[in-house]
Ligand binder design. Structure first.
Ligand code: HEM
Length: 218
């Protein structure tokens, strides 16, 4: 128990918690994206799939609890590490000229906050339904089509998916490194793999709002 507490208190422990929870969330998000693509097969396919998932009462709640715990640990560790970094250097640098950091690395915190807001709005729209203008619990297809007729909501989703792509790109390769699954190397092959996965997930998700908004899915 004391070992666990010491692990959580250490900065490297928090980084590893962020990495493990981030990788679990990334795997789940990739599965969610593939599930969403069923919209292109028509209302029966996606509604049938949603009904199947909703029918798995125990496992569904188990999955929700794991996701909730991962999001909570990820956000708490990120906030505490940010506060620690600031306390270690209360004064900012006079000049900041990014040399080797990527846009994805520099946008991690802002993107993370946007994703948190996005997840709350998203759950209230499609799962609880209280932010949806015409929510029908058993009709996921209808729920999607109604929301993405709005240019504002479509733009919000596309912006969030851009943030998700950047977050995944940086998070995937740095997460794999934080759990010790890859040694530092000048050979950036893993970055390329992270780029491919991040692009596939962000574009796969973005395809649904775009297709509805442009009238390909009605
Ligand atoms: C364009 C992108 C997305 C669309 C169109 C979309 C659509 C949906 C829909 C329709 C549902 C309800 C499914 C059902 O009732 O069975 C849902 C659930 C959910 N989505 Fe998304 N989603 C998107 C992206 C995301 C992202 C990026 C995340 C996480 C970062 C996410 C997290 C969730 C969660 C946690 C649930 C609740 C699952 C449950 O417990 O039932 N979604 N999504």
């Amino acid at each position: 128990m004391n070992g666990l507490r010491a692990f959580w208190r250490s900065s490297i422990g928090k980084k590893q918690v962020m990495a493990v929870t981030g990788l679990v969330l990334a795997a789940w998000v990739a599965l969610h994206m593939v599930g969403n693509l069923q919209v292109f097969q028509g209302p029966e396919a996606i509604n049938h799939y949603a009904a199947l998932l909703q029918g798995l009462k125990g496992p569904l709640w188990g999955m929700r609890l794991v996701l909730l715990a991962c999001v909570a640990l990820h956000v708490v560790a990120a906030t505490q590490l940010t506060l620690r970094n600031r306390a270690a250097r209360p004064e900012d640098y006079a000049v900041r000229i990014p040399q080797v950091s990527t846009l994805a690395a520099r946008s991690l915190r802002v993107g993370g906050v946007l994703l948190l807001v996005y997840i709350i709005v998203h759950l209230m729209t499609f799962t609880v339904g209280n932010l949806h203008p015409d929510f029908i619990r058993e009709d996921v297809y209808h729920n999607l089509v109604v929301v993405f007729r709005s240019p504002f909501k479509t733009a919000f989703y596309l912006l969030a998916m851009a943030a998700l792509g950047l977050h995944l790109y940086h998070g995937l390769w740095s997460g794999v490194r934080s759990v010790g699954a890859s040694r530092p190397s000048p050979e950036p092959r893993r970055r390329r793999l992270a780029l491919v996965v991040a692009l596939a997930v962000a574009l796969g998700f973005a395809a649904v709002p775009l297709a509805v908004y442009l009238g390909f899915v009605q």
